[in-house]
Structures are given as structure tokens and as C-alpha cells.
Ligand binder design. Structure first.
Ligand code: MTE
Ligand code: MO
Length: 363
């Protein structure tokens, strides 16, 4: 059996804890990522949680503390299905590492982005049943997996502001692509926070706490924050840098792959584009002359307000080495920045610079 039932050609950044992304070809041409291709990002050992024994505690600034089994969660709240893209804040970090090394972090490519159909209940319904207090400003999540990346080691957690937590798209999900949620993706139950960095979608969630301030968990207060380029990440403490939440507009090329050899003439280029929260993809441009001139790609269907948008463009390519470039615009008219040089940051988050793939066109 392959590790965590993943396809054999996953790009494995680390075996233990398992960190792997699908190659571009596994994402290309598919609006829904099959579960065996979906990236997986883990900060600690993957727990095997018995679905019968699993309980969710809802506490903090609520009228009634709740303790729910999976059976109760399914019976007491309306079921919701949501297609949503997850994207790690470290997606495309490898592009930042080409600018300057980022010791201790993994060189993720464009595959730390995947899309699934999630089934569960709205977190908002559960918070309403608990009687959320008006002073609650944030909703914190806690998993059971203890990460050695925190000092001292602590379970993975994070939080989202109450305004986002009450959006009906935020799920406590037990199924992925119509199957029980696999352990590697947080089974039996995980949080899915569509449009926000993947880190907020806490897996194997055991506790939901309504509180006045953001979570003090390492992965909210210290990691997943955007530090100024000059900052020494070893000196970073709670609250330093910008807290990452909604995902910035981003895109990458899925086909052709980096280094591919193509035939001269008409070639089809495809890729994905994604913008977080309430923003959508408005336009994708492609260029083969370094960005001097652009041509608009054709946008494929918007399959859900919370999913990426695939795009395609037909390019006439002449013989030689060609760099294909793509950039997306979102519905707030934000566009991807040109260069990773200006995006570089000590932990290597949010590389949303122009997508570039170098190919050789045969003579
Ligand atoms: N409990 C727990 N939840 C977690 C993580 C983790 O290490 N532990 N990693 C987070 C990060 S950084 C990302 S990008 C997503 C990845 O989800 P996936 O492994 O299902 O793709 O899970 C998030 N939830
Ligand atoms: Mo992540």
C-alpha cells in the first residue's frame, strides 16, 4: 500500500511528518482533485482517531458548553456540501527560495493547492446551538497532533475572526469527495475554512473555543505570519509580522510542465487561478515575451464561489527556449506582482508572483 493511499508520483517533501504535493499533471484538467492526489501538509504525527471515540468540545464564550459525538453532529445539524479549494500559505515557496534560501522550510511548488467536495455541517449552526456570546471576537480550533516545531511542543491550532466563523461556508467536515475523511486529511472531522490559508482548516479538530482574542497557539501567534524581509525568524515571537488570513490572488501553470519539450506551432497552456474569501478570478493573462505583451486566457467554469478557476490559452510558439508567464486579476482588481524578489519573506509565505514555466520548443 502506498503511503496514505497517495498516487506514486507525489512530490514528497518529508516522510515524517508526511508532507507531499501532487505534480502539476495531477492537477491539470481536473476541477476536483481526487483524494489520492490532494496535497497534505502536517506539522506533527498523523493521529489515528477512532470515529466512535471522537468528541468535539465547544466552549468559551457560549451559553452552553457542548460535547458532540460524530453521530450527534450528523443528527442534530443540517448537512452541507461545499466544493472548496485549500491552499497552503507555503504554496510556491520554491520560487522564493530561488531568490534567497529559507532554511528549515520545505520547497513547495504550485501543488500545495487542491480542491475537494467537502461534506459536513456549518460551524455557524453549531455555534448558534451553543449560544455564542456577543463579546466573542474569534473562534479557536485545536487538534490533537503535538508538533515539535513549537517550543515547547504543542498541539496544532489556530483561529478565525467570528465574522468568518459565522459564514455558512465554514464547515466541520467528515467527508471528502464523497468518502469518509481520510486520516491524513483530518478524519474523522476537520475544519474547512474556504478562502483562507490552509493552516486555519484544523484537522482532527477536538475543540472549538469562542474567545475575545485570536488563538495564542504557535501556529496562529508565531508561525503563518508574514515577517519583514530583514527580520530574523529565530527572533520572531507571538504577534510579530502580519497574521495571514484570506488568500491573496494567485495562479500557476499546470501544463506544460517546467522543462517540457513542445512542438512548434499552436500549443495549449492550462492552469489554475484562485483568490480568497469573497473575491473571484476576473481575468488571467499569459505572455511569452517577458510580460511586454499579454493575451487573455479563457476562463473555465466557476464551479463554486470557494473554488479555484481553471483557465486555458492557445499560444503560437516558435522554436527555442520559451518562458511562458501567467498572471491573474481578482474581482477587486488586484493583480499578481511581477517578481518573487519583492515578495521574499523569512518564512516563505504568499508567493503570488507571476507564474513562469520554461519549455523548449523543438526546431
Ligand atoms: N491538526 C492539524 N491541522 C492542520 C495542519 C496540521 O499540521 N495539524 N496543517 C494545516 C495546514 S498548514 C494546511 S495547508 C492544511 C493542509 O490540509 P491537508 O493536509 O488536508 O491538505 O491543514 C492544516 N490543518
Ligand atoms: Mo499550510
Amino acid at each position: 500500500m502506498l503511503k496514505w493511499d497517495k498516487r506514486p508520483d507525489m512530490v514528497v517533501h518529508k516522510d515524517d511528518p508526511y508532507n507531499a504535493e501532487p505534480p502539476r499533471r495531477a492537477l491539470a484538467g481536473r476541477w476536483i482533485t481526487s483524494s489520492d492526489s490532494f496535497y497534505s501538509r502536517n506539522h506533527g504525527p498523523i493521529p489515528q482517531v477512532d470515529p466512535q471515540a471522537w468528541r468535539l468540545t465547544v466552549d468559551g464564550l457560549v451559553d452552553r458548553q457542548l460535547m458532540l459525538s460524530l453521530k450527534e453532529l450528523r443528527a442534530e445539524f443540517p448537512e452541507r456540501e461545499q466544493v472548496a479549494t485549500l491552499q497552503c500559505a507555503g504554496n510556491r515557496r520554491s520560487g522564493l527560495m530561488e531568490v534567497r534560501d529559507i532554511p528549515g522550510e520545505e520547497p513547495w511548488g504550485p501543488g500545495a493547492t487542491s480542491t475537494a467536495t467537502w461534506t459536513g455541517v456549518s460551524l455557524a449552526d453549531v455555534l448558534r446551538a451553543a449560544g455564542l456570546h456577543s463579546e466573542a471576537g474569534h473562534v479557536a480550533f485545536l487538534g490533537p497532533d503535538v508538533s515539535q516545531l513549537a517550543d515547547p511542543p504543542q498541539p496544532f491550532g489556530g483561529s478565525i475572526p467570528v465574522g468568518k466563523a459565522l459564514g455558512e461556508e465554514v464547515l466541520l467536515a467528515w467527508a471528502m469527495n464523497g468518502q469518509p475523511l481520510p486520516a491524513v486529511h483530518g478524519g474523522p472531522v476537520r475544519v474547512v475554512v474556504p478562502g483562507w490559508i490552509g493552516a486555519r482548516s484544523v484537522k482532527w479538530v477536538e475543540r472549538v473555543t469562542a474567545q475575545t482574542a485570536p488563538s495564542e497557539n504557535h501556529f496562529q501567534a508565531v508561525a503563518y505570519r508574514l515577517l519583514p524581509a530583514e527580520f530574523d525568524p529565530k527572533q520572531a515571537g507571538p504577534g510579530d509580522g502580519l497574521s495571514l488570513g484570506a488568500i491573496a490572488v494567485n495562479a500557476d501553470i499546470l501544463s506544460p510542465d517546467e522543462g517540457e519539450t513542445l512542438l512548434p506551432g499552436d500549443n495549449v497552456v492550462t492552469g489554475y487561478a484562485f483568490a480568497g474569501d469573497d473575491r473571484g478570478i476576473a481575468r488571467v493573462d499569459v505572455s511569452i515575451d517577458g510580460g511586454a505583451t499579454w493575451r487573455q486566457a479563457e476562463l473555465e467554469e466557476q464551479i463554486s464561489p470557494w473554488a479555484w478557476r481553471h483557465w486555458r490559452a492557445r499560444l503560437e510558439l516558435g522554436a527555442g527556449e520559451v518562458e511562458i508567464i501567467a498572471r491573474a486579476w481578482d474581482t477587486s482588481a488586484a493583480v499578481q506582482p511581477e517578481s518573487a524578489v519583492h515578495m521574499w519573506n523569512p518564512k516563505g509565505y504568499v508567493n503570488n508572483s507571476w507564474a513562469r514555466v520554461r519549455v523548449t520548443v523543438q526546431t
